[in-house]
Design a protein around this ligand. Structure first.
Ligand SMILES: Nc1nc2c(c(=O)[nH]1)N[C@H]1C(S)=C(S)[C@@H](COP(=O)(O)O)O[C@H]1N2
Ligand SMILES: [Mo]
Length: 320
């Protein structure tokens, strides 16, 4: 018979689920450190301080979440791609403390009736923040399952009243080599830029994320505000956004401009279209360990029912 100490039951009842999960994971990690539990995370656990966040109140779980178990907070916040803070996976979690996320404003302009700016505090209080568990699938053939906190991008875009000329939305990351040491080297054409077609941007699955695991985003995950488009490869999900612009023409996107034969503008997850240097048919899930094996990649990362119609009539081999 399993006897639960009353204090344990009480804490799980009063703590929001995401935070409770994270606390439990922390307890498990400490237990593992004492040799009590054997974990399989061979691809994880390099040193580097995790930059923690503040709890986001009143989170509403989203029915659009996947039911897969989330990748640990530790892996989500340490195994990152954020070239502004270095090109190695563990660089951003070590280096991103220099990013100042307050005050922070996002300028919205271009083909719209009410161009303007919005501050991060208004973004956090003005839109209902939901927990949405989405898989982030990197073009490098690995994935993580992340309990994001955010809200539909379309809700924010509507406020600026896009005109009928607005066919695309362009996004830009902060450009400040003082805060972002990676920008002192010409690894990419800074600032990092991305773009979506208007219908993709307005799709309810497309979110602006303000947090993960129930807390404000760690800097290395794109604080204070980043895009998450769950049916596209991770490079579309631009971090630390300072500018959004409605455009008539397809906007420049960093990786697409740099290596157009490897990174398409659309970048929809597609097992049938390989990257020129590796297959996209399978991927590994970070934290599952080497013995877990690879998983089959699904078209549109499993969201075909919701989004395939956006591309009807398009040759997805050509518009990859
Ligand atoms: N500004 C900026 N955004 C970025 C990147 C970057 O280097 N700079 N990397 C992209 C890539 S390739 C991926 S896979 C995801 C990784 O997000 P994560 O570190 O939160 O998992 O962020 C994307 N957004
Ligand atoms: Mo990526």
């Amino acid at each position: 018979m399993l006897i639960k100490p009353p204090s344990d039951i009480a804490s799980s009842e009063i703590t929001p689920p995401a935070i409770w999960k994270r606390r439990r994971e922390f307890i498990q990690a400490s237990a593992a450190g004492l040799g009590l539990i054997a974990t399989g995370g061979l691809l994880t656990a390099l040193p580097g301080p995790a930059v923690g966040g503040e709890a986001i109140p009143n989170l509403k779980p989203s029915p659009l979440s996947t039911d897969e178990p989330p990748t640990s907070f530790k892996d989500v916040s340490r195994y990152n791609n954020f070239y502004e803070f270095g090109t190695e996976k563990y660089d951003p979690s070590t280096n991103a403390q220099t990013l100042r996320t307050r005050p922070w404003t996002v300028a919205v302009d271009g083909e719209c009736e009410s161009p303007g700016e919005i501050g991060i505090e208004d973004i956090l209080t003005g839109f209902t923040q939901e927990e949405r568990i989405y898989r982030l699938r990197c073009v490098e053939a690995w994935a993580m399952v992340v309990p994001w906190v955010g809200f539909p991008l379309g809700d924010l875009l509507q406020r600026f009243k896009p005109t009928s000329k607005a066919r695309y939305v362009a996004f830009e990351t902060l450009h400040d080599p003082e805060q972002m040491p990676g920008q002192r080297r010409a690894v990419l054409d800074w600032p990092y830029r991305e773009g979506l077609r208007m219908d993709e941007a307005m799709h309810p699955l497309t979110i602006l994320a303000t947090g993960l695991y129930g807390e404000l985003l760690p800097n290395q995950n794109g604080a204070p505000l980043r895009l998450v488009v769950p049916w596209k490869y991770g490079f579309k999900s631009i971090k630390s956004i300072v500018r959004i612009r409605f455009t008539e023409q397809e906007p420049p996107a960093t990786w697409n401009r740099m290596q157009p034969n490897e990174y398409g503008f659309y970048a929809n997850v597609n097992p049938e279209v390989d990257h020129p240097r590796w297959s996209q048919k399978r991927h590994r899930v970070i934290g599952e360990g080497l013995f877990a094996g690879k998983r089959e990649t699904l078209p549109f990362n499993g969201y075909a029912d919701q989004v395939a119609s956006l591309y009807s009539g398009m040759d997805l081999r050509r518009f990859f």
